[in-house]
Write a protein that binds this ligand. Structure first.
Ligand code: C2E
Ligand code: CA
Ligand code: CA
Length: 750
């Protein structure tokens, strides 16, 4: 249950661990844009296709009309020729005329010729007698060749159209008819029309239907406009379209439009014939001519959607794989793989954002587990990773809302949060909840050192704030029953002091303010001089500043790397001078800060200097702190081997404080173990006897020499002698001496 809560908490803090999310904010616009483009694209195609259909139907209609026109013109011409020849006086009787032209009738699709007088009496070319032909006056009123609308034939059941022209024969006014079967025209009209689904009307100028290729209309004199309106039950809009066509036809215009007939779109085109202001009205339903259109639009729309789908899919794919990549990079850059909390970079990036928010009472806490390295040695790496993970979870759990909790280095956690109540109360909660951890069923007791910095609004730089928390933490390291320190005025002053030191260090080096002094080392058994340790002093404005005041700072800002080499060179120069002056070379130990231990290349700098002064490196012992040898990040063994290969001897300084294991030491090419002062301290000598004994056993087993430092009293000397420690360094024999005093010392004691 609690674990669940924890998981949730961790998730909230690390949003980046959640599933990838689609970036709707840009996918949606793309989708919409493509959709709009598709819409306009399809719309454009639709327009184009409609235009095409319009053109198509217009063209078909024009062709039909042209054929009709052609037939009519030919027929008219034939009638004219006949009448011309009659008028020329060539024929004497109607029979002669019939005789002459009856053979040509078929070619012109005429059924017969008829010649009638003004009373409508006469004969036909095929031998019929006509009496009182109705409306005969209509034909006598025409000047030119006249084409009648359809009328019933007098000699058959068919409807006929009649070409007529008056003439005079034997001083009698007569009229010549050349009749055509209306069906023949219908055939022309039907010829090209849309697989029979469409059709054509031939109408006169008033809209009366002369020919109907649909064969729907049985009566005569039906008005096309009324017929369409009533039989299809047109709405107002479509009725208006029909009216508009009627007006256009009256005005002898042509046109095309679409209209809904029985819920189906139909296209209508009206085209004028060359005779009688007749019109050919072509009508075709959508599902015949628009069939192609519908299919085409369907395909276009389908293609557009498919393209859209493909593009969106590609976009989503690219987006997801980018996110995946970013997520991976993010994980590498920002997540601590052990605790799944953020790492230092995450802490700094997000911490600086946090510092800028408006919350009050913001705190930065830096904490680490006391003697974590010892735990590492005892329980192993894997197990200790569990400790770190559990501790991280507990911290995040305690701080619950609105915090950034990260593991920023080995066993160091940092958290930034805002807290309205007494911070000491929160610190107590942290201690109470973390002092006993259950790791895979094993109960582990840990002690935390916590440095606290309350951020005041002016101070928003995360690095500086973090430094202050670090400073506060370093105040309590190693003290019992004192587990936290809140950055205060004392530290603020120290900080100011440090800033002063930092701003003057480079100049101090140039001005040779750093000097070397030498503290002699004595052989335990015969109390003879055996060598010395070179120690740095800073002569600043008449004061002597001790290294404890500036070395930690220089280690932090890496100035120590320059300074160590400077001191090393000074020592080399001194040795050369003693060699020349006394023909004597004392063995000198020189401190090498762990900050050099990035890789083994730094040794080249040391070698270069000894070469420059032509010194045998066997006379130089490099003191390396035990803490430097147990740094997990660098290959210490390789570095030590290189040092050894170059001919230096190696002392492990401050031994006993760093918890290096026997197995580690066994492989290291070390010459001397320097037992740390704290164990030799006269006040704690009795309580530390066991540790010193243990170190002696270790050294003997490894076959390395030992030296005790910080030996101030006879009592300590006796003790060191009793345990057979090889050398002694301390005030008892000598304090660190200036170069001159040291020369006197070794000349007297060697
Ligand atoms: P360390 O390497 O452990 O040096 C021994 C320290 O013990 C020296 O302090 C020395 O003055 C002091 N000491 C020696 N005998 C006694 C004694 O009988 N009683 C007491 N109470 N102290 C004694 P010092 O010179 O202040 O140096 C402090 C630390 O500064 C050194 O500790 C070393 O870690 C560092 N240091 C000094 N010179 C250098 C240097 O050139 N380079 C580097 N990297 N560190 C240096
Ligand atoms: Ca030392
Ligand atoms: Ca030491």
């Amino acid at each position: 249950m609690k674990k669940d809560k924890q998981n949730k908490k961790t998730k909230n803090q690390f949003m980046y661990l959640e599933k990838y999310k689609l970036n709707i904010q840009w996918i949606l616009p793309i989708f919409i844009i493509i959709l709009i483009l598709s819409y306009f694209g399809v719309d454009y195609v639709k327009d184009l296709t409609y235009q095409n259909v319009y053109n198509n139907i217009t063209e078909l209609s024009e062709q039909t009309t042209a054929q009709l026109n052609h037939s009519i013109t030919e027929q008219k011409k034939f009638v004219e020729i006949m009448v011309d020849s009659i008028n020329s006086g060539y024929f004497k009787t109607p029979e002669e005329i019939f005789e002459r032209y009856s053979h040509d009738l078929e070619n012109y699709h005429f059924t017969r010729l008829v010649i009638l007088d003004k009373q409508g009496n006469g004969t036909t070319s095929d031998g019929h007698i006509v009496k009182n032909y109705h409306n005969i006056q209509e034909f006598f009123n025409q000047d030119t060749v006249y084409l009648s609308e359809n009328r019933p034939s007098t000699v058959s059941d068919n409807q006929v159209n009649i070409y007529s022209k008056t003439f005079t024969l034997n001083k009698k006014d007569l009229v010549l008819f050349a009749t055509v079967n209306t069906e023949d025209y219908k055939e022309i009209l039907l010829r090209r029309l849309f697989h029979g689904k469409g059709g054509t009307y031939l109408i006169n100028n008033n809209g009366s239907i002369l020919i109907d290729s649909f064969n729907d209309i049985k009566e005569n004199n039906i008005n096309l406009y009324d017929y369409i309106k009533t039989s299809y039950n047109l709405d107002k809009e479509d009725s208006n379209k029909i009216n508009f066509m009627a007006e256009n036809i009256k005005a002898k215009q042509v046109g095309t439009f679409d209209i809904k007939l029985e819920k189906k779109t139909h296209f209508i085109h009206y085209e004028k014939l060359s005779v009688n202001d007749w019109y050919v009205v072509t009508l075709a339903p959508d599902d015949t001519i628009a069939k192609e259109l519908t299919t085409f639009l369907g395909i276009s729309l389908g293609v557009c959607l498919l393209v859209n789908f493909v593009i969106i899919s590609i976009c989503i794919y690219i987006d997801l794989s980018n996110q995946k990549k970013n997520h991976k990079l993010y994980k590498v850059a920002y997540i601590d793989p052990v605790t799944l909390l953020g790492n230092e970079a995450y802490f700094k990036d997000n911490g600086s954002i946090f510092l800028k928010n408006s919350a009050k009472n913001k705190y930065i806490i830096v904490l680490d587990i006391n003697k974590f390295k010892a735990l590492n040695n005892i329980y192993g790496y894997e197990f200790c990773n569990h400790i770190l993970k559990t501790l991280g979870e507990k911290l995040a759990n305690i701080l619950l809302s609105n915090n950034i909790t990260c593991r920023i280095s080995n066993d160091v956690f940092a958290t930034i949060f805002s807290y309205e109540y007494d911070i000491k109360h929160l610190l107590d909660t942290i201690f109470n909840n973390t002092s006993n951890l259950n790791i895979d069923g094993t109960s582990i007791h840990i002690n935390l050192s916590i440095g606290v910095y309350k951020v005041n609004s002016k101070d928003v730089d995360i690095n500086k704030a973090l430094d202050k928390a670090y400073m506060a933490r370093s105040k309590i390291k190693g003290l019992y029953n004192d587990n936290y320190y809140i950055f205060d005025e004392v530290l603020e002053n120290k900080l100011v002091e440090e800033q002063k030191i930092e701003s003057s260090m480079e100049d101090a080096l140039k001005n040779k303010e750093f000097k070397v002094i030498y503290q002699p080392k004595t052989l335990t058994n015969n109390e003879k001089f055996i060598g010395a340790e070179a120690l740095i002093r800073w002569y600043k404005d008449g004061d002597i500043i001790s290294p404890s005041k500036f070395i930690p700072l220089f280690e932090k800002n890496k100035f120590i790397i320059k300074l160590d080499l400077y001191i090393f060179e000074q020592v080399c120069k001194d040795i050369v001078s003693w060699k020349e002056k006394y023909n004597y070379i004392p063995i000198v130990s020189i401190n090498v800060s762990k900050e050099h231990f990035v890789d083994e290349n730094f040794i080249n700098e040391y070698v270069k200097i000894t070469d420059k002064y032509n010194l045998d490196r066997a006379c130089i012992d490099l003191e390396i702190t035990e803490s430097a040898t147990i740094d997990g990040k660098v290959d210490v063994l390789k570095i030590l081997n290189t040092i050894k290969e170059k001919g230096f001897t190696i002392s492990i300084d401050d031994f006993g404080t760093g918890y290096s294991s026997l197995s580690m030491l066994q492989n290291m090419p070390i010459d001397i173990i320097k037992i740390d002062k704290v164990f030799v301290d006269k006040a704690d000598l009795n309580s530390n006897q066991n540790i010193i004994n243990y170190i002696m056993i270790l050294a003997n087993r490894l076959g390395v020499k030992t030296i005790a430092e910080g030996v101030e009293t006879k009592e300590q000397v006796d003790f060191i002698k009793s345990i057979k420690c090889d050398m002694i360094q301390g005030y008892y024999y000598s304090k660190p001496l200036s170069k001159q005093d040291f020369e006197d010392y070794f000349n007297k004691n060697r």
